[in-house]
Design a protein around this ligand. Structure first.
Ligand code: NAD
Length: 494
């Protein structure tokens, strides 16, 4: 990557963006717009349409019509594949432009965003494009006088609601399998990270996706998100975001057409380090980046560090050393390790968690405060809080920011008890050279993902999904396809 190209892109003004409905850019029905503030400097970057219920209903009607007339679902699989492959190519060809636009909107450090956002999105779209003509129905083991066929059909209209931390990556996790299986989609990006998704959807049209198959409506969750959730014409809702919103979506489904609801929610993931970890220096480095990359705004962030008491002081000092070496600042500089916090609201919330942690007996080892306020942007020093008790707020609640809580343990059983002591069940890790202990941890820690001797980095071949209050269903891998199909039985008397 070339810093001068990044700088040239950041110097360009961002034109105000509108909804994408029926293949066209359209303003809000009442002409409303909302300012988009860049977390880099707190300045207005551009405007997007402030969607109304009317706008959302128009997008849903467009997706419904596109599905019902079969303009996408009834295309031969090879034709759908070709278009999705072309879309992936276009995302890749425009990767730097997309990444810089996304970073100006959400603040992720560019070194991470380029891989995690357009890079990952292109890979995901390609993965499902390649898969779509390799998915077969089934013939059941019936008596010989009947034939039992199990068809896999698209569900219909998918409503996808996306958060701000990795809009393109998470958007592609929904769009890839949904579109590959022939569904139509209405996408609702986050208020604070919609720009790159609008551009990505435009590239889908350029690749040949028929108008109406993918619509994007921007605006407030409480307005357009609610309309999407309550619609009688949406067949499945897929969501990544907070538990509070996830709960609402389940209510919307119950109050409307009982649409299927799949939720990818928050986490409070335990990173358990035993004294027999194969390489404690490596573990310390990975633990630090495992919480602090994207300034902790990562659902699977290893936000609880559980350390065996015999190595506690030495290990935490090593994590602190790595943390103090992290450069926080301009997310568009290639030298930056940690970019900005997405919004001022989120920054204040993070600082509130630190205050509470101290009031509850935690000790700040690094960070704990806002930095670089003179830029006007939202930056926070990566923060390590030690002596966090198992029932402290910092051990129980998701911060979704650069705050690591450290707790020590003495035995395997205590580590497992601590690991399982929150309502979240998203991800975790254990570091040990003992093969048997490693496998026992995988079984005992109740999460959707367990890492052993690493943290993060699982690719698209494996599912990502939480259980408990971290959600249901999963993104990524062929398992994600189940969310976007109905199985239908044909029972045929011979
Ligand atoms: P959020 O729940 O505030 O917002 C997510 C989306 O929901 C946004 O598009 C928002 O506009 C929309 N929304 C808000 N209120 C709504 C309503 N009443 N009806 C319908 N839609 C509504 O979450 P966020 O702050 O954008 O994202 C952070 C959260 O996402 C964290 O909890 C994080 O852990 C979680 N997350 C989870 C994963 C995962 O894979 N499990 C990945 C990334 C982020």
């Amino acid at each position: 990557m070339d810093q001068s190209k990044i700088d040239a892109l950041r110097a360009q003004p961002v034109t105000p963006q509108m909804h994408l409905i029926e293949g066209l850019s359209v303003p809000a029905s009442d002409g409303g717009t909302m300012d988009i503030l860049s977390p880099i400097d707190g300045q207005v970057l551009t405007q997007v349409a402030r969607g109304t219920a009317h706008d959302m209903n128009a997008a849903i009607a467009s997706a419904r019509a596109a599905f019902d007339d079969g303009r996408w679902a009834n295309q031969p699989p090879a034709a759908r594949k070709k278009i999705l492959m072309k879309w992936a190519d276009l995302i890749e060809a425009n990767a730097l432009e997309l990444a810089v636009l996304g970073v100006r909107d959400n603040g992720t450090e560019i070194s991470m965003a380029i891989k995690a956002e357009p890079g990952s999105a292109a890979g995901t779209i390609r993965y499902y494009a390649e898969a779509l003509d390799k998915i077969y129905g089934e013939i059941a083991a019936t008596p010989s006088d009947v034939l039992g066929l199990i068809h896999k059909e698209p569900v219909g209209v998918v409503g996808a609601i996306i958060p701000w931390n990795f809009p393109m990556m998470i958007g592609a996790w929904k769009l890839g399998p949904a579109l590959a299986m022939g569904n139509s989609v209405v996408l609702k990006p986050s208020e604070t990270a919609s720009l790159s998704l609008i551009r990505m959807a435009e590239l889908a049209l350029e690749a040949g996706l028929p108008a109406g198959v993918l619509n994007v409506v921007t605006g407030e969750g409480a307005v357009v998100g609610e309309t999407l959730g309550l619609s009688m014409d949406v067949d499945v809702l897929v969501f990544t975001g907070s538990g509070a919103t996830g709960r609402r979506l389940m209510e919307y489904a119950a109050r409307s057409n009982m649409k299927r609801v799949y939720l990818e929610l928050g986490g409070k993931s335990p990173n358990i380090v035993f004294a027999d970890a194969p390489n404690l220096d490596e573990a310390a480095k990975v633990a630090a980046f495992g919480i602090f990359r994207n300034s902790g705004q990562v659902c699977v962030a290893g936000s609880r560090l559980l350390v065996e008491a015999s190595i506690h002081d030495e290990f935490v000092a090593a994590v602190a050393k790595v943390t103090l070496g992290m450069r926080v600042g301009d997310p568009l500089s290639l030298d930056t390790h940690l970019g900005a916090i997405n919004s001022e609201t989120q920054l204040k919330q993070n600082l509130g968690f630190v205050e509470t942690a101290q009031a509850e007996g935690g000790e700040i080892m690094t960070g704990g405060a806002r930095i670089l306020a003179e830029t006007g942007g939202y930056y926070m020093a990566p923060t390590i809080v030690t002596n966090v008790k198992a029932d402290a707020t910092l051990a129980q609640k998701e911060v979704f920011g650069p705050v690591l809580g450290v707790t020590s343990f003495d035995t395997d059983d205590e580590a497992i008890r601590l690991a399982n002591s929150t309502v979240y069940r998203l991800a975790g890790a254990a570091w040990t050279s003992n093969l048997s202990r490693a496998h026992k941890m995988v079984r005992a820690v109740r999460t959707g993902v367990m890492h052993i001797n690493t943290y993060g980095g699982a690719d698209g071949t494996v599912p990502l999904g939480g259980v408990g209050q971290s959600g249901n269903g999963s993104d990524k891998s062929l398992h994600a396809i189940d969310k976007y199909i109905n199985v239908k039985t044909a029972w045929i008397k011979l």
